[in-house]
Write a protein that binds this ligand. Sequence first.
Ligand SMILES: C[S@@+](CC[C@H](N)C(=O)[O-])C[C@H]1O[C@@H](n2cnc3c(N)ncnc32)[C@H](O)[C@@H]1O
Length: 257
Amino acid sequence: MLYSCAYFTEWHNDIDRAQHDKLDIGCGWGALICHAAKNYGVSARGVTLSQEQYDRTQTRIKEMGLEDLVTVEIRDYNHLDGTYDKISSIGMYEHIGLANIPGYMQKVKHLLAPGGLFHNRAIARRTREKGRRLRFRAEHKAILKYIFPGTALTDISHTQQAMEQAGFEVRDVEGWREHYALTCRIWCERLYAREDEAIVLVGEPNYRMWVAYLAGVSLSFTRGSILIYQALASHGRESVTATNAGGLIYLALIVAL
Ligand SMILES: C[S@@+](CC[C@H](N)C(=O)[O-])C[C@H]1O[C@@H](n2cnc3c(N)ncnc32)[C@H](O)[C@@H]1O
């Protein structure tokens, strides 16, 4: 189970295929770390704040026989230790708070071995035009209140600058908004198709809120009023080769030894 943007190598691919292509095997529900261990033989560690995600990931690890390679913990990223060759964070950066971005970058850099790679993917807002104040429209306020309390988006220039200020070298930045527009549209259609089941599970107000959110956010990505980027940065000045970049996979703060 994944709940971040899929990557469509072909626009007609179905969403399950697209999730596989992006190798988003995130700590959320443990898909990324298990995929990484199974297919690339890495030792992977995942962290989440959710008990349900932790339990599901433990089950997945056992079912796949990956106990020697994969560990998962309930732990805040601030309390991580160790040294890792690759660190990836998907869909978590939005939750850390703008004031914590410099500390987050420093923490990741501290955990990364020299020559290591850091992959960060997050929804972003547009850069404000000079002189314009940041305004929150009603739909943004509703999302903050009902869907993702406590989240804060920044723009990609700020993220790149924060990476560089922490001492990373930015190697690549890719915009994914069309992919998230399609991901959210498909999620919305799937939810709508199972309306009765969803209402039994979460009640009608919640169901309606999520249908409206997914439809609206899909439109926002299509129009470019919100954005999503993944950025790849290296620790140190070693050249990034096909070999050391190849093992990079994506996770919601998952670290691969
Ligand atoms: C939107 S989910 C993305 C999950 C996964 N990457 C995916 O693509 O499906 C965000 C994840 O970040 C985790 N998270 C949020 N804040 C965190 C923190 N301070 N430390 C560690 N994990 C955190 C959540 O528990 C959740 O697993």
